[in-house]
Design a protein around this ligand. Structure first.
Ligand SMILES: *Cc1c(COP(=O)(O)O)cnc(C)c1O
Length: 389
């Protein structure tokens, strides 16, 4: 791992690396192919599906931030997850995943398992007996999301990695919700880290991208081989934009958190707000773990609207500073209704089992002035209250 601090790694990745014109900011390589010096002389790069200097620069920077041996930048977060299961799992193998995992991850694992590509067991990983029963089946991979989406449940990664190691399972952590600034799973014992870089890492809601990072150099080579084989790698232009976003990741994460803390404090005073889900709350499941394993609480939070479906509709429609949209981690604030949006791929039963109620709303608190965010919430609650239950 580098001896540099996070902000320095993020800001200086690839800076002054251009040997042709001494450009301070690294150029973008939009080429699909590269010339060979001569017959039988293989250049460092030969084809951009296999390797591209701009994409590799981003992969190296993120891998360094996560403390990994290497990573593959993919076309989206889902492609990174698919790359992991393609590289590691066969028809006899089992992956254990959380019952409340990201909707697209749930769909991917479920669909591929139904095709017979591998086996999946969805369990409540915070339930020790359910987890022990799943681990007893000797999974090859344990998939972890912490904090989880959308209920922000926090799981003890270090403890889970120790338990997984006892049955020979490798642990992969989806670190999208916190970014390496607020949590480093490899340091906690994980073997793989996945990001949807679409979210905080790019941070400007203008790129869809992902990365899979391996702790072990052999696995880093293995996933790079598979990424080329199945064609999972990302576009150079996307990598360039994501590297640009990465440069401000540290200050953005700090401001995201500050704003979320103010929104959280405001929500706690509201009559129309029921249960709030955020790791900073002392009675939140896993709060104590979050204090130890995270370097901050992040800026995702969910709450149940304590009113009718009609009031929920009025509240959401009245907001001006929170756009009704899926995704998260951009500079702009978003609101989502998990039951009908991000988690609609789950059946009603699966949603109920995961604790996702129809009254649940999820906020991605952005970088607007928090005073404006609170004024906006205030007028939307007022309109919802006026409709009456
Ligand atoms: C968005 C997201 C993904 C999927 O990433 P895409 O870039 O949309 O493919 C996976 N996990 C989490 C936690 C996410 O938020």
């Amino acid at each position: 791992m580098s001896d540099k601090q996070f902000a320095t790694i993020a800001v200086r990745a690839g800076i002054e690396s251009d040997s042709q014109h001494n450009a301070v900011v690294p150029p973008i390589y939009l080429t699909s192919t590269y010339s060979f010096p001569g017959l039988g002389e293989l250049p460092q790069y030969d084809y951009s599906r296999s390797g591209n200097p701009t994409r590799n620069m981003l992969a190296d920077a993120l891998s360094e931030l996560e403390g990994g041996a290497g990573g593959v930048v993919t076309s989206c977060g889902t492609a990174a997850i698919n790359l992991l299961v393609s590289a590691l799992l066969g028809p006899e193998d089992l992956i254990v995943a959380p019952h409340d995992c990201y909707g697209g991850t749930y769909r991917l694992f479920n669909t591929r398992a139904n095709k017979g590509d591998f086996n999946v067991a969805f369990v409540d990983q915070s339930d020790p007996s359910a987890l022990a029963a799943a681990l007893a089946k000797k999974p090859k991979i344990v998939w972890v999301e912490t904090p989880s989406n959308p209920l922000l449940r926090v799981l003890d990664v270090e403890a889970l990695c120790q338990q997984a190691a006892q049955v020979g399972a490798q642990v992969a952590v989806d670190n999208t919700f916190l970014s390496p600034v607020l949590q480093q799973p490899i340091k906690l014992g994980a073997d793989f880290v996945v990001h949807s870089t679409t979210k905080y890492i790019n941070g400007h809601s203008d790129v869809v991208g992902g990365i899979l990072i391996a702790k072990d150099p052999e696995q880093a080579e293995n996933i790079a081989w598979w990424a080329n084989c199945i064609g999972a790698t990302g576009a150079p232009f996307d990598a360039y934009l994501t590297l640009r976003g990465l440069r401000t990741l540290v200050p953005r994460m700090r401001m995201h958190e500050e704003n979320a803390a103010q929104v959280l404090a405001y929500l706690q005073t509201q009559a129309l707000v029921g249960q709030i889900y955020h790791p900073a709350l002392p009675d939140h499941p896993g709060h104590d773990i979050a204090v130890n394993q995270q370097q901050g609480f992040g800026s995702m939070l969910s709450f149940e609207l304590a009113g009718s479906q009609r009031q929920l509709e009025v509240f959401v429609a009245a907001l001006n500073c929170f756009s009704l949209a899926e995704s998260l981690g951009g500079t702009e604030s978003l609101i989502a209704h998990p039951a009908s949006m991000t988690h609609r791929a789950m059946t009603d039963e699966a949603q109920a089992e995961a604790g996702i109620k129809p009254s649940l709303l999820r906020l991605s608190v952005g970088l607007e002035d928090p005073r404006d965010l609170i004024v906006d919430l205030e007028q939307a609650f007022k309109q919802a209250a006026e409709v009456g239950a």
